[in-house]
Design a binder for this molecule. Sequence first.
Ligand code: PAF
Length: 284
Amino acid sequence: MQTLNQVKYLRAAINADKERGKRVALVPTMGHLHEGHLQLVRRAHEIAEIVVVSIFVNPMQFGASEDLDSYPRTLLDDQEKLEAENVHFLFTPSDKEMYPNGIENHTKVSIENLSNMLCGIHRPVHFEGVCTVVTKLFNLVQPDAAVFGEKDFQQLTIIKRLASDLCMPIDIIGVPTARAHDGLALSSRNTYLSSVDRARAPMLYETLKDIRDQILAGNRQYETLCEEAKQKLNSSGFDVDYFDIRDQNDLSLLANDAENSSVSILAAGTLGSTRLLDNIYLSL
Ligand code: PAF
């Protein structure tokens, strides 16, 4: 695996492979890699001959009061994991390399309607930062495919729309959420959880599954189901940002009795000082 931190070297290295007709897949990450990321890498190997992983803790997608400074940075450990997964190129740019004129002066990419809901209400600058950095990474690497986790379902939906709206010839591939033995969705931020909160955290997925089962059993009182789920989580120590049942494709909210065949149940909230999110989707 070659680790490169400058755009010009990354491009030269990848272009050599492209000229030989190789298909390239990109896995964008912010590092502190866990099994969920490694599953993205394995999926990338299935669809391309050359796998590029990026590790960049993107300051543009963090709000002023968020965890940019404390976000775990574990490059040596991440490199070992990626070597073991036979990754070809690891791109680890600095802030200066990605935003040479500073973040404030940089061109921004945003998709307003999909971003101004769910996590976007609680993290107002987040998706603009994600869309901008992902657009840059796509332009830098020019991959044939890019792989993202379904845990961040809103992010995945937004990136699919971004690639489609901006006519980027890139297949956007979602990979099912990797989970701990007790169902908790794997996330780099899980390391922030205290032992008491770690024991409570699986309740988020338990509650999603419970609501899914009630829908599968025929309950279409979507608003009521969400209200009950919120109350249950809030009374168990969560501070719920949202618990919504939405259309899986455009993320529009489903009212009671709505007829819809592809449904996503999405939830996010804070436990202690850790923000957790998760989702389940189902076809009816
Ligand atoms: O999901 C993430 O880790 C980040 O939002 C991403 C897609 C790498 C952009 O910084």
